[in-house]
Design a binder for this molecule. Structure first.
Ligand code: H79
Length: 426
């Protein structure tokens, strides 16, 4: 995929960490339909149980999340160290979480709530300095005969009906999203299962015609995106070229699912963040608020812990580049990220009182632990320039608690033997 590499994606690479929010009518169900569970992901409740459109629509009559507080969501993201927020404006169920003239199946016209959460979020994000993006399911729409995915109400799918759906719902709703909510940082398209190459290009051009600075996610399909999108919960093995974004959940489901209690710990989520940045990718971490509009307590506590860590260690994340030694055996202690004249080692696991790093050609001027700037760690370096072999040994501080970050200040721009191996004994 040909991702865009110009100044318009600079903010994305600078940001590195964002919040994904999956919220909609499915949040009311918690993934349960007439007593039956939906495996894995709650937001698929309609398709997994083949709920007829008319029956699913009735959920709207019960959607009244009076506890929704946009400011609270935005502040939770900022406190966690996140720089942007992407919220589901319309998921595969076809329900618009904003006031839409293009479809009556929207939160203002179809629910007793009658408020427009996206308008409230746009204002809150502006107030707290978060960029705002909208997830929009352009291909699957289980509410429409032309959208893909619903073959129980609409068994006859045709390319003509899909094209008509793009014209009558997708484009008008994108126009609303890109006209009524101020600056939109990105549109996060998803699941390009049936969309044709020219339709993906057309949607991208349509978004840019309304807001030229708005980025289009890789899942608009057919390689047309401005930036790349990894698979759900995927970690790449090697650094990626250009702007990319990884995305993941804290438990399994994206939409609120109280039975899904298999949460990753805050440290595991930080491990994923550091792992992604070391591969030149962002991390969009999901929260699935309840049908009442609250973040689950498990998410709140993790966001708080992540925020405490980011306030000390954010320097290793924001605007940081990938590992300079991608072919090194994957270090077991953690991950490497870089700035112009610094290398950051995020340490998640220690083996004894030393850590080894191979391939760094620079002399290290100073080694410190972020948050403990006054204390210098002792390092030993061995260089054999004729073999481009470089070994660095850092003495680990016994008082530091993982995960922590070691900053190595280099004697000039970071330079490394990218093909360096972890061991010279081969
Ligand atoms: O919005 C979230 C997912 O609902 C959406 N993308 C993320 C960001 C997504 N849609 N489709 N997929 C992800 C891939 C579909 C995977 C499937 Fe399944 C495996 C469909 C059926 C089996 C996962 C498990 C979804 C339903 C059950």
């Amino acid at each position: 995929m040909n991702v865009r590499q110009d100044h318009l994606t600079d903010w994305l690479t600078q940001a590195r960490f964002g919040m994904f929010v999956h919220w909609g009518l499915y949040s009311l169900t918690g993934g349960t339909w007439k007593g039956a569970d939906t495996p894995w992901v709650a937001e698929w409740v309609m398709r997994k149980h083949k709920v007829p459109v008319r029956e699913y629509e009735a959920l709207a009559g019960r959607f009244n999340p009076v506890k929704f507080d946009a400011r609270k969501w935005a502040e939770a993201a900022v406190d966690a160290g996140m720089k942007y927020l992407v919220v589901t404006s319309k998921h595969h169920d076809g329900f618009a979480l904003f006031h839409s003239r293009a479809s009556g199946f929207n939160i203002v016209d179809a629910t007793p709530f009658k408020r427009d959460p996206l308008a409230e979020l746009a204002e809150a994000c502006r107030d707290v300095g978060l960029k705002l993006g909208f997830y929009y399911s352009q291909d699957q729409d289980w509410h429409e005969p032309g959208g893909s995915g619903n073959n129980w109400d609409f068994p006859e799918k045709t390319p003509e009906a899909f094209a008509a759906y793009l014209e009558s719902k997708v484009k008008p709703q994108l126009r609303e999203l890109l006209t009524n909510y101020g600056d939109v940082a990105l549109i996060w398209f998803d699941t390009p299962y049936t969309i044709k190459p020219e339709q993906s290009q057309e949607l991208k051009a349509f978004v840019h015609s309304l807001q030229p600075r708005c980025l289009v996610s890789g899942r608009v399909g057919n390689g047309a995106g401005d930036y790349g999108s990894l698979g759900d919960n995927q970690l790449p093995d090697y650094p990626l070229e250009g702007p990319w974004e990884g995305l993941g959940t804290m438990n399994e489901s994206w939409g609120y699912k109280p039975s899904d209690t298999h949460y990753r710990s805050a440290d595991e989520l930080l491990n994923t963040l550091c792992g992604l940045v070391s591969k030149n990718a962002n991390y969009l971490l999901n929260v699935g608020p309840t049908g009442e509009g609250n973040f689950p307590p498990e998410a709140v506590s993790r966001l708080r812990r992540i925020g405490r860590w980011m306030r000390v260690n954010g320097e290793a994340i924001y605007g940081a580049g990938p590992t300079p030694t991608p072919t090194c055996f994957r270090p077991l202690w953690g991950f490497t990220t870089t700035k112009k004249e610094a290398v950051y080692l995020s340490v998640f696991k220690t083996f004894g009182d030393k850590l080894e790093l191979y391939g760094l050609r620079n002399a290290v001027r100073r080694a410190t632990v972020l948050g403990h700037d006054g204390l210098e760690l002792s390092v030993r370096q061995e260089h054999r320039p004729e073999m481009d072999y470089h070994k660095l040994v850092v003495c680990l501080p016994p008082w530091a608690r993982t995960p922590y970050v070691i900053k190595l200040e280099t004697d000039g721009p970071v330079s490394a033997n990218a093909k360096s191996y972890a061991s010279a004994d081969f």
